[in-house]
Design a protein around this ligand. Structure first.
Ligand SMILES: *[C@@H]1O[C@H](CO)[C@@H](O)[C@H](O)[C@H]1NC(C)=O
Ligand SMILES: *[C@@H]1O[C@H](CO)[C@@H](O)[C@H](O)[C@H]1NC(C)=O
Ligand SMILES: *[C@@H]1O[C@H](CO)[C@@H](O)[C@H](O)[C@H]1NC(C)=O
Ligand SMILES: *[C@@H]1O[C@H](CO)[C@@H](O)[C@H](O)[C@H]1NC(C)=O
Ligand SMILES: *[C@@H]1O[C@H](CO)[C@@H](O)[C@H](O)[C@H]1NC(C)=O
Length: 237
């Protein structure tokens, strides 16, 4: 009876066994019958040692850990739908997950995975907004990265609750349909503003760091309301 509290195959202990092959596995007493205790009208396999649990082979939260053993692949084409069930998508569609490399051999269609592809670059290593938004993600399984306008940094959605809780990330851009080319007025800091060649910073006289980001060139704004935009080449700290 005391096997019933355990929910994963790795919880196998001497007096228990794991029944596998059904959509959900079960940990039962080694004396009991899988068919009796966990019937799903499919022939089940009994596992008595943790080393034979399938989950031991490919469980990882990132690509580097996943591929380290040489037996697993990091992919978006498979999804776990039960203890032993996998579904396959024609093209990469699911969150990144680690699976046994042997699934490639039973797949009826081509599988994109790492390896043979290199691991995707983690969001925090992408330094431009365009690279960040075109990324397919990877960290923590997510399929995208997020660009923070205020920090001018690319990050994994996993970090948003932690890093952006107090609003210090400003506006966030995400998804491949988002555009990095924002109106100049979205930039609230001089240094962010002048990174964009079509924008210039109008400093409010005498107030370091206060001003507006406006579309225009060295000669002024397009509509002529401002002339001599400052800070095209440098910003005061
Ligand atoms: C399981 O089997 C062993 C011997 O094979 C026996 O001593 C034990 O009482 C059995 N336990 C249960 C729960 O039937
Ligand atoms: C573990 O699995 C291998 C291969 O399926 C099998 O030969 C072996 O008997 C299993 N070990 C135990 C203790 O069940
Ligand atoms: C994202 O995934 C798509 C579909 O697999 C692929 O065509 C594209 O090149 C990937 N983008 C990057 C930046 O790897
Ligand atoms: C971004 O938008 C501005 C104004 O809408 C335009 O002048 C500029 O050429 C655009 N830049 C790119 C790289 O598309
Ligand atoms: C700025 O003005 C000068 C002189 O009026 C002109 O020669 C130059 O081409 C202008 N530059 C731009 C980018 O409009």
């Amino acid at each position: 009876m005391w096997c019933l509290g355990f929910t994963g195959c790795l919880a196998i202990l001497q007096r228990c066994k794991w029944c596998t092959n059904c959509p959900e596995g079960a940990c039962i007493s080694s004396n009991s019958s899988c068919t009796k205790e966990n019937d799903c009208r499919i022939n089940q396999r009994e596992i008595f040692v943790a080393g034979n649990c399938s989950e031991i082979s490919c469980e990882a939260s990132d690509c580097a850990k996943c591929t380290a053993s040489g037996k697993c692949m990091w992919t978006r084409q498979f999804k776990r739908t039960g203890e032993t069930r996998r579904i396959l998508s024609v093209s990469p569609a699911y969150d990144w997950t680690c699976f046994s490399h042997s699934l490639r051999n039973v797949s009826p269609m081509p599988v994109e995975s790492c390896p043979p592809e290199p691991c995707p670059r983690p969001c925090h290593t992408l330094t431009s907004c365009a690279e960040c938004l075109s990324s397919n993600g990877s960290d923590g399984g997510w399929q995208q990265c997020v660009w923070s306008l205020a920090l001018q940094q690319c990050m994994s959605p996993s970090f948003l609750p932690l890093r952006c809780a107090a609003g210090m990330c400003g506006r966030l851009l995400k998804g491949q349909r988002a555009s990095c080319n924002l109106s100049c007025a979205s930039y609230q800091q001089c240094s962010h503003c002048i990174r964009h060649s079509h924008c210039g910073w109008c400093a409010t006289h005498g107030h370091n760091g206060i001003g507006r980001c406006i579309q225009g060139g060295l000669n002024g704004t397009q509509d002529g309301t401002y002339t001599g935009l400052q800070g095209q080449s440098h910003c005061n700290p």
